[in-house]
Design a protein around this ligand. Structure first.
Ligand SMILES: C[S@@+](CC[C@H](N)C(=O)[O-])C[C@H]1O[C@@H](n2cnc3c(N)ncnc32)[C@H](O)[C@@H]1O
Length: 249
């Protein structure tokens, strides 16, 4: 397998996540985020999330279960957390009380569920560790029931800082550590797979040392500023709705 091949990129991430799951006890570190980064992401989701649809939910790439617990805290009765890292799932289980969460080992691109099972599906922090997202998006949409919702995020390829980093890595002929995602391209994949109303929100995330800037950016709602949000935001979040069931003939 070539050093910079897509398979190698994905395998390296998988073994990194398994190591994080074995080595750490905080949900941020198990996911590979900083504590402030995870807090900013969770805040962005909770600000946009306006109440869960009735029914079961699925969190794909759940890591230590941060969003599973967030959904349970919002009144969802049952949430399935799926991840390919078994050590992370073990930590998730230990961190979650009650029996409303179900933990499953599996691959995000081959979900072990029937079509149209879930009222809502989340997939956060996964796209950057995959060589491409088409199979993932098709699976997320497949297992969502008609008119159900899908939430997915990515590291923003349009961020000025990331564009500079990609250019430097190309010039130095270094392999990419993470894959930055074209938000509009991901939105189009969701629409092609059967979603409607897919909406992008930009999520500015500042490093731990610049938390004052994070507070200012949250207060100013930097991510919502036309033109600025896209180039200043480290990440983005897409909220999509699956289309209605086809009418019977
Ligand atoms: C960056 S962490 C994010 C964890 C959590 N969703 C969050 O946002 O805090 C990505 C998680 O996705 C899992 N993951 C990545 N690719 C996956 C795949 N193809 N199938 C299943 N899980 C995957 C990793 O093991 C890891 O736990």
């Amino acid at each position: 397998m070539r050093e910079g091949s897509p398979e190698n990129f994905e395998l390296r991430w998988r073994s990194r996540f398994e190591r994080f799951g074995r080595s750490y006890d905080s949900d941020a570190l198990i996911a590979g985020w900083s504590a402030s980064g995870l807090a900013a992401r969770l805040r962005a989701f909770e600000t946009l999330f306006d109440g869960a649809q009735q029914g079961e939910w699925l969190d794909v790439g759940c890591g230590a279960g941060t969003y599973v617990r967030a959904l349970l805290g919002r009144g969802v009765e049952r949430v399935y957390g799926l991840d390919y890292s078994v050590p992370s799932l073990e930590k998730a289980k230990a961190m979650t009380s009650g029996d409303a969460a179900v933990w499953l080992a599996g691959d995000a691109r081959r979900l072990p569920f029937r079509a149209a099972t879930f009222a809502g599906v989340l997939c956060f922090g996964v796209t950057q560790a995959l060589a491409d997202c088409e199979a993932l998006v098709n699976e997320l949409v497949r297992v969502t029931r008609p008119e159900g919702e899908i939430w997915i995020d990515g590291l923003n390829r349009g961020c000025a800082l990331h564009a500079g980093e990609v250019l430097m890595q190309r010039l130095r002929q270094q392999p990419l550590r993470v894959r930055y995602e074209n938000a509009e391209g991901l939105r189009q994949l969701l629409l092609t797979a059967g979603c409607v109303n897919a909406r992008i929100d930009w999520v500015p995330i500042f490093p731990r040392k610049l938390q004052r800037l994070q507070a200012v950016s949250d207060w100013m709602q930097l991510g919502k500023m036309p033109g600025i949000g896209r180039v200043m935001s480290h990440a983005f979040l897409i909220h999509a709705r699956k289309g209605p069931a086809p009418a019977s003939p």
